[in-house]
Write a protein that binds this ligand. Structure first.
Ligand SMILES: [Zn+2]
Length: 430
């Protein structure tokens, strides 16, 4: 019993250490349900949305991001938080939370963030969004009956009390106004209804409340706020493949965002999920349709775990390297490789034959922990990724948990890996 406790404590310590740099980050996705981007753009031009305008100036934006088809609330939001198309996430309905279908079967951003030791929350105004609120994946889950300002009020409380690292906030005002009074119809030259414009204005004000709360609580410098939508609309409906329904706004701001102006790439709603995880330093699953919108992330926002992963071709690990100081090494030629191999096996009676490394194609990355007084220490290269001309080597160091039985022997743990050779500056991340 006691041993199990010690073991789980060790795992806990190890996983906290990896995410050391991300626990102070905040990603907030604010979804304006039915927030038609052409209308928002026009209102910004008329200076009627001061909060969005400020975020656009400080960060970046696209008016031509797209959601999935059908451009409907539940299907689309599920893609937004799972990073995959409807065909993959399987939530094909929009009427209500269907208990009999069970929660969404694919991983959600909340689930992945939670697994990484981060805090998650959603504050939404439609109860059907529960379909992706898997039990145990959210530290706060609020379904608010009321307009955007009421939702924002609850969201601010959650920010202050729960301090989530990842949060979804959802305003349904534009959708309600659109269904009752109309989104307008660009092809027919019908302008959006006054009620729709009022709803968008309310969303702008409510978004401002959330931004202010992040600033007040000292979270803005390490925040990424994405303002987007699940769909647009035309006349009093939506759901079709027409761009009036499919286009969504996508605005990114906060200390982790780049000051970039209009974004060049074609953004899909699945990219919101991948971008949220990237800003939190969590690697998105390989089979995701969404990719991080790197151009929207500033230098500090780029945690390269989401870059292209370089598979480990060969590796050697051990406790006795004779290297007594902590060291990080990158080797790109045979001569240095031979020296390293000799060093690691110094003092041994039989030095194993040096493995052949083809330095035309590959390179060696090595990490040494330095001398430790007992057994039970280890260093591991967990991941090597390549993104934006930079090679990031992720390291994990572990030490024996308190009270663990260890050998009283000097150790010098090391880990050597071979990966594909790529151009770029190497950065080690503990
Ligand atoms: Zn609707």
């Amino acid at each position: 019993m006691k041993r199990r406790f010690v073991l789980s404590l060790a795992i806990l310590l190890a996983s906290t250490a990896i995410l050391w740099s991300q626990v102070d980050r905040t990603v907030v996705i604010i979804s304006w349900d039915g927030g038609k981007p052409s209308v928002i753009r026009q209102m910004v031009r008329e200076a009627r949305l001061p909060n969005i305008q400020r975020l656009m100036v400080e960060g970046s934006y696209s008016w031509t991001a797209q959601t999935i088809v059908p451009s409907s609330t539940l299907q689309s939001h599920t893609s937004m938080v799972t990073g995959v198309t409807m065909q993959k996430h399987g939530v094909t309905w929009n009427d209500k939370f269907r208990e009999e279908e069970g929660f969404v079967k694919v991983p959600t951003i909340f689930e992945l963030a939670k697994k990484a030791g981060l805090k998650t929350a959603m504050v939404v105004s439609k109860s059907k969004l529960k379909q992706f609120a898997k039990p145990g994946t959210l530290d706060a889950e609020e379904y608010v009956r009321g307009d955007a300002l009421k939702v924002a009020e609850v969201a601010v409380k959650v920010i202050e009390q729960v301090k989530p690292n990842l949060m979804l906030v959802h305003f349904s005002d534009p959708d309600s106004a659109g269904h009752s009074y109309g989104w307008g119809n660009e092809k027919k030259g019908i302008p959006p209804s006054q009620e729709f414009l009022n709803a968008v204005k309310r969303c702008d004000k409510a978004t401002g409340e959330i931004v202010n709360a992040l600033k007040r609580n000292g979270r803005w410098e390490k925040a990424l706020v994405i303002i987007t939508a699940d769909h647009g609309g035309h006349d009093k409906t939506h759901g079709s493949s027409d761009l009036e329904d499919v286009n969504i706004p996508w605005i990114a701001a906060g200390g982790l965002a780049a000051k970039k102006g209009e974004l060049q790439g074609q953004i899909k709603t699945m990219d919101t999920a991948a971008t949220a995880l990237a800003a939190l330093g969590i690697k998105a699953p390989n089979d995701w349709d969404g990719k991080p919108v790197w151009e929207a992330l500033g230098e500090r926002g780029e945690v390269s775990m989401n870059g292209k992963q370089l598979p480990i071709i060969a590796e050697w690990k051990g406790n006795h390297s004779g290297v007594t100081e902590p060291k990080r090494i990158v080797i790109t030629n045979a001569r240095e490789w031979e020296e390293l191999w000799k060093q690691v096996h110094k003092g041994k009676i039989l030095i194993p034959n040096i493995p052949t490394v083809d330095f035309n194609k590959n390179m060696v990355v090595a990490a040494f922990m330095g001398q430790k007084p007992t057994s039970g220490y280890a260093i591991q290269i967990t991941e090597v990724t390549h993104s934006n001309g930079e090679i990031v080597v992720k390291l994990k160091e572990t030490k024996p948990p308190k009270g663990a039985i260890v050998l009283q022997v000097l150790t010098q743990p090391f880990h050597i890996v071979v990966v594909s050779k790529v151009e770029g500056k190497v950065r080690f991340v503990e």
